[in-house]
Design a protein. Structure first.
Length: 135
């Protein structure tokens, strides 16, 4: 399952994401992972959440990001929640690539992993391929 948190910059998406992560850590029997650009959330997240910095692995573009996430899931079958903050940063702000990436991630996740992704964009600007995940 993929859930999007959509809104313009400064609308509280990251705060909402942090609250969801910390709640998931308390209630989940599996591992929780958060992927972000930089390590701004280090002190906001429960220490049991695995925080991964995209910059540390030089991830840019749809294909590299998908491969990175697939590798994370292949290396740890216990991941139940994967949270991604600022997905458009890795896609250079290209909304058209987001729909493709989300479709691939949805297939990868299946029923085992819940994805929550923040998208810094106006909900009306989302392409149809992305809107189906924003509901």
């Amino acid at each position: 399952m993929i859930k999007l948190i959509v809104g313009s910059r400064g609308s509280g998406k990251t705060k909402q994401l942090v609250d969801m992560i910390n709640k998931a850590v308390e209630t989940s029997s599996g591992n929780i992972v958060c992927i972000e650009k930089g390590m701004q959330l280090t002190y906001d997240l429960d220490h049991r959440c695995r925080l991964v910095d995209m910059d540390e692995y030089n991830i840019k573009g749809c294909e590299r990001f998908y491969g990175f996430v697939a590798g994370l899931l292949a290396g740890n079958y216990d991941i139940q929640g994967l949270y991604i903050d600022g997905i458009l940063k890795v896609l250079d702000g290209k909304l058209e690539n987001l729909g493709i990436l989300l479709e691939h991630l949805d297939k990868l996740a299946g029923e085992q992993v819940d994805f929550v992704v923040t998208v810094s964009a106006d909900a009306g600007a989302l392409p149809e391929s992305v809107k189906k995940y924003a509901g």
